[in-house]
Design a protein around this ligand. Structure first.
Ligand SMILES: [Zn+2]
Length: 128
């Protein structure tokens, strides 16, 4: 059975920690925040102040590797799907779709579609 091109399930995430993004879908639509973490394997991203969930813990209960000393409710940022956010261009300050380019130096960069300003991407995602 022909199914067209094979789907390459490997994202080269355009976003990296420290970038400013706008949420375009979900309950936090319209919020802007800084990228805290990217989860390239899952295509997910954690944005500061966005998608806050509450985790209820009991004292002494260990969950997810962290042992709660006190019981209570902990706010935490849950990962969002990568496709639910847009990069906010650092040059023109508008949420933008991006295109990829390769600089003369051979480095990869992303380019804002509004102002055509290249935005060199250091692969910070490797430092997680
Ligand atoms: Zn721009």
């Amino acid at each position: 059975m022909l199914r067209g091109k094979p789907q390459v399930n490997r994202h080269w995430l355009d976003l990296a920690p420290g970038d400013n993004v706008l949420v375009i879908a979900g309950k936090d639509r319209g919020k802007q925040g800084e990228v805290l973490r990217t989860l390239p394997d899952k295509g997910q991203i954690v944005v500061k102040g966005v998608n806050i969930l509450k985790r209820h813990t009991k004292a002494g209960q260990s969950r997810g590797g962290t042992r709660a000393i006190q019981g209570g409710v902990v706010d935490f940022e849950a990962p969002l799907n990568y496709s639910n956010v847009m990069l906010v261009c650092p040059s023109c300050n508008r949420p933008t779709r991006i295109k990829h380019t390769v600089l003369e130096s051979g480095k990869r960069a992303i380019v804002c579609r509004h102002c055509d300003e290249p935005y060199e991407r250091l692969k910070k995602t490797e430092v997680q």
